[in-house]
Write a protein that binds this ligand. Sequence first.
Ligand code: KG4
Ligand code: ZN
Length: 330
Amino acid sequence: MKILGIETSCDETAAAVVEDGVKILSNQIASQVELHARYGGIVPEVASRQHLLAIIPIIDQAMAQAQATWRDLDGIAVTIGPGLAGSLLIGVNVAKAIALANRLPITGVNHLEGHIYANWLANRDINFAPRFPLVCLIVSGGHSDLVLMRGHGDYVVLGRTRDDAAGEAFDKAARILGLGYPGGPAIEQAASSGTIASIQLPRAWLKGTTDFSFSGVKTALLRLVEGGKVSSVADAAASFQEAVVDVLVTKTVAVAKECRVKQILLAGGVASNELLRQRLVKNSPLPVLIPEPVLCTDNAAMIAACGYFRFKAGKVDGLDLDVIPSLKLA
Ligand code: KG4
Ligand code: ZN
């Protein structure tokens, strides 16, 4: 079964063709990062206009790379939320037009669920396919969710951030330190030449809960910078990265043990962070699955993978499919 995935929830226009939910036949992404960089963040109106320009060429490229015609497709999967309304609308309307013109079934995908399903895009040893029940840590620009997954499409949200998401914290810390946008890769890059010894930053453990909080560590960093106590941006970046990763890994491992799951999955843009990847693998007594970095940040292959499992479960939507900007996982 070949599914065309379409993703336009934020600042990447993406299209991909995936076979049977696991095999990537094509994966095309047009990033808007440079367009938004000069504003230090995403400008929603600019994003939707750019999606409109990029969407048809990107779908054409994905189809060409997969050497597929519309007739080769078995369905269309498109992100319906969460995300920016104007951006989501571009993807959903193009998807509906293609579905209508080619009499293809369509399914609306939750972007966060898509991030989780990047872990099925194996192209690797089948023994490493996710096994239920599992705990997944989804860390992106808008979310830090700890999720128990008992089967396909079956989620229990165990914890989430009470303020900033992990990716948002990286972005804000980068701004405080005068590093570029997006902040995650900028912090990681700066941290690579720093050490954590000189700067102590707090961790919000929120003991007895499975929630996260990252606004305190961000404010602590801001106070140090304002007080002229940061002599090395690299050291500050390294300490910040360490503080965030420490909390994410410690709480995820504890929850996974408590839930007696078989595996831990990592997902979302922050999952491309090398320290987070290594630390989770090192500290977890359970097998850990993490998509390769390009499949952690926003892409359409993960949407097509999730769409495949939705179609298999009979979850087909009508052409009245609409965007849900504040869509929740469960
Ligand atoms: O999943 P994603 O691409 O988009 C959303 O759904 O939000 O995640 C983007 C977030 C941004 O906040 C970005 O700074 C962060 O992921 N990020 C990283 C890294 N790469 C991207 N954070 C830490 N380290 C990275 N290498
Ligand atoms: Zn995302």
